[in-house]
Write a protein that binds this ligand. Structure first.
Ligand SMILES: [Zn+2]
Length: 815
């Protein structure tokens, strides 16, 4: 053990004592740690078992094979060779982004959580090897950021400034990486008792204190998470400098834009805006700082922002961050079906809701948590555990590569934030099951398993026997060491009471509360819930059994009238589970589905389907189709809906959560056109940007909610670019209509400087069309240009991007 390790060990031990002293200024409600919760059956247990058996080793392997670990080796090599006086060499990062370091940290954190539940010497050794490589890349003064260290003379990427930290408010992600490092360091120490990574963290935090501690250099971290990381470091060590730094990074905000929530001081913010992962990490960090410092201003702000999300910006699946442009929260009620809803945003939303509960003891936050968990978060990973969604839309056409360039879930991404995020969340799921405040034991998640908690000063074992979420009956066996008096608080979910969310954003067609019931040792127990909990206070004796029965009728859900996408449409829920129609169960099509009021709905458990799920059988539904005369006809159909979270586990197939109530609201495809049948090519597109959006026949007029997917050339700026259609046969054309894309306020696309139409000649050359009308350029509204008719196999649009900006289109039609 080195001297420094011994010093840190002393610090940690002192810190342990100090943490106890500081406990009074932490969350008033304390979670039962996930290490004291054992899930033994049901959905959450199955997901957790796959997570540790498949996802964890898979993610660690990806850190190596995607070359993210190689970045650390190259930085370490640079440090060694520079120290030896060599300067005539240049290592280059083999990966795509300066934030790639963070994926390694998150994977280590997830693996450490797995180790906490189930020790594994081989995995522990693998982590130590990874940590040794990370530590070797840390500069002598504590700085850790592989892209700069291996590139000391010139920035390795546009996002990196010549000097440390100065581009952190934009995109360097220097502080973001460190936030994930600190979270990983604490998790690794708690799992293994090893200080190897925590040493790296503390050395880095000391540098932050030297660089930022005097308050002179005011840097608002462009991508938040350092605030939560520092809070964990503070809890672990008791060193108040870390929580003061967390508060400092919060208070630096208010001088930038909405993209990174830098538009106002955080305590003045009222609406969820900008990049959704950054936002939800920020709000979680504000909760931590409020809890640990007692400063209620942060709590007041995030309470307002939470109201805003839950009443205006949350999808029925509990997903958030609707806009693909800027990976951002949309406007109020901007909740399109083809939304973004990044897996990381769902994960961060879980963190935030849990913290709100810990601060208030109010079940409404865990109601929202449960909705997000069972739907918009678990959808992020396949049942096999090794395929992932980055966006989690509420409808899918069955073919487009909307998952960052992949159709369906992908094994990994160039920007791989989501897979290790879902890994660490599922690994620590047990930590959300129960919580303690004084003599109250809260039960928030119902799942087969066992919780061990200290309530008051009694050690309590609480065993749950249940088939939840498929069945709402939960037997809770209370085993305390001795007979003892405490209060068991059981969450009565909002959906039982007839409220999908604690807001008017969604409503049930039939909002009649279900008749839930409680029994204690077989005797009915009547209680009115307070703050969402049914509280049972009594002298508990070993072997006492509480039976909670939460009926789960199938519910039809309506969206708020201001949500354009859900007008005339209906979604289905049962218990906490939101359902989706997938083509594979419904003769290949779903957008033609009509669910009239007299359709009947029946739940049916299918133990062999999709890991064991309860499906919904729909009788007397309809399928709509457009007749030759253009009218809509229907035929009666029997349909099946599956839980949304498990869609896309049986190959590619169209999917939708929302379906029409009446035939006129069915989303029938327009008839094919010359443009929609054409093959698209473009001069450039980034990963995840699908050129097929140009001719998907979705135009802004039909989606006032902004849900139309666009094509754009970002991150190219100022260049001349083109898009082209190749027709299936020579076609006579005499005009085009385009819809220009401009995301001022959230992104870097503006209207182009100029554009023109070219056609492919018989000699296979591109010639400008003649006799063209004016090439107008305006936002969103269609621009039509006519020209002298030509018969050709292809058309091309040449587009000049504005200096310093990119450009794009929603759609391009051909006459
Ligand atoms: Zn992500």
């Amino acid at each position: 053990m080195t001297t420094s390790t011994i010093l840190h060990l002393a610090l940690v031990l002192v810190g342990g004592a100090a943490t106890a002293v500081h406990a009074a200024s932490d969350y008033p409600v304390q979670p039962v740690p996930f290490t004291d919760v054992r899930l033994t059956g049901g959905v959450l247990h199955a997901r957790q078992a796959t997570n540790s058996a498949v996802t964890m080793p898979f993610a660690l392997g990806q850190c190596e094979s995607s070359q993210r670990l190689r970045n650390f080796d190259l930085a370490a090599e640079t440090l060694r060779r520079r120290a030896a006086g060599e300067t005539d060499f240049q290592n280059k990062p083999p990966t795509q982004y300066p934030f790639d370091d963070s994926d390694v940290f998150k994977a280590i954190e997830g693996a450490a959580f797995c180790l906490s539940v189930q020790p594994d010497a081989a995995v522990a050794a693998q982590l130590e090897d990874m940590i040794r490589r990370i530590a070797a890349a840390q500069e002598p003064d504590g700085y850790l950021y592989t892209w700069r260290t291996m590139h000391p003379d010139s920035p390795a990427h546009d996002w990196i400034h010549r000097e440390r930290w100065l581009k952190a408010p934009q995109l360097s992600h220097e502080l973001y990486n460190l936030g994930h490092l600190y979270e990983a360091g604490v998790a690794h120490f708690q799992a293994t008792g090893s200080l190897s990574l925590l040493d790296v963290c503390l050395k880095s935090a000391e540098l932050l204190h030297r660089d930022f501690g005097d308050g002179e250099l005011r840097i608002a971290p462009g991508h938040q998470v350092i605030e939560m990381g520092l809070a964990k470091l503070y809890r672990q060590t008791g060193d108040e400098r870390w929580i003061e730094l967390a508060r400092f990074f919060l208070d630096c905000r208010g001088n930038g834009g909405t993209y990174s929530q830098d538009h106002q001081p955080v305590v003045d913010q009222v609406e969820a805006v900008g990049h959704a992962v950054r936002a939800n990490y920020l709000y979680s960090g504000m909760a931590d700082v409020a809890a640990l410092t007692g400063d209620q201003r942060y709590l007041a702000a995030i309470s307002r922002i939470w109201e805003n999300v839950v009443s205006k910006k949350l999808h029925v699946t509990g997903g958030c961050g609707a806009r693909g442009a800027g990976e951002a929260y949309g406007d109020n009620y901007e909740l399109p079906h083809r939304c973004y809803n990044e897996t990381c945003a769902a994960v961060a939303f879980l963190f935030w809701n849990h913290r709100m509960f810990l601060m208030t003891g109010d079940a409404q936050y865990m109601d929202v948590f449960e909705r997000t968990l069972y739907n918009g978060a678990l959808s992020g990973v396949s049942l096999s555990g090794d395929r992932f969604f980055y966006p989690n839309p509420l409808e899918y056409d069955g073919q487009s590569a909307g998952n960052h360039g992949h159709a369906g879930r992908a094994p990994w991404f160039g920007c791989a934030c989501c897979p290790p995020n879902i890994l660490r969340t599922i690994a620590s799921l047990g930590g959300y099951v129960a919580a303690v405040q004084g003599d109250k034991l809260f039960v928030n998640l119902y799942a087969e398993g066992e919780v061990t908690a200290t309530v008051g000063d009694t050690k309590v074992r609480l065993q749950q026997i249940t088939r939840y979420p498929w069945d709402g009956t939960v037997d809770l066996r209370v085993n305390s060491e001795n007979p003892s008096r405490f209060t068991l608080c059981l969450r009565i979910p909002g959906w039982v009471e007839g409220r999908p969310l604690p807001s008017d954003l969604y409503s049930y067609d039939d909002p009649t509360p279900a008749r839930w019931s409680l029994q204690v040792n077989g005797e009915p127990f009547s209680v009115k819930p307070a703050h969402g909990y049914a509280a049972i206070t009594r002298e508990w004796k070993p072997g006492d059994v509480v039976t909670l029965d939460l009926p789960m009728p199938v519910r039809r859900v309506a969206g708020h009238p201001k949500v354009a996408a859900t007008r005339g449409q209906v979604a289905l829920e049962r218990g906490p589970v939101v359902y989706a129609f997938e083509g594979v169960d419904n003769e290949g099509t779903v957008f033609d589905t009509v669910l009239p009021a007299d359709a009947t709905l029946r739940a049916e458990h299918q133990p062999d389907l999709l890991g064991g799920v309860t499906v919904l059988r729909v009788a007397n539904a309809q399928k709509a189709q457009r007749t030759d005369s253009g009218e809509v006809a229907t035929e009666v159909a029997s349909l099946t809906a599956i839980p949304y979270a498990v869609w896309a586990n049986r190959g590619l197939s169209p999917m939708t959560v929302w379906v029409a109530r009446t035939p006129d609201r069915a989303r029938l495809a327009p008839r094919p056109t010359v443009a929609s049948r054409a093959k698209v090519s473009v001069s450039f597109h980034r990963g995840g940007m699908d050129p097929a959006r140009l001719n998907d026949q979705q135009v802004p007029e039909n989606a006032p909610d902004g849900s139309v997917p666009n094509f754009d050339f970002w991150p190219r700026k100022g260049t001349a670019e083109w898009v082209a259609y190749e027709f299936t046969e020579s076609t006579r054309v005499n005009g085009v209509t385009v819809w220009w894309f401009d995301d001022t306020g959230t992104g870097e696309c503006r209207l182009p400087v100029s554009w023109r139409v070219l056609y492919r000649t018989a000699a296979d050359e591109w010639q400008p069309v003649t006799g063209a009308s004016e090439y107008l350029i305006r936002k969103r509204d269609p621009v039509r240009v006519t020209f002298d008719p030509v018969t050709t196999r292809g058309l091309r649009l040449e587009i000049q991007l504005p200096p310093d900006f990119s450009a794009g289109l929603y759609e391009w039609e051909v006459e």
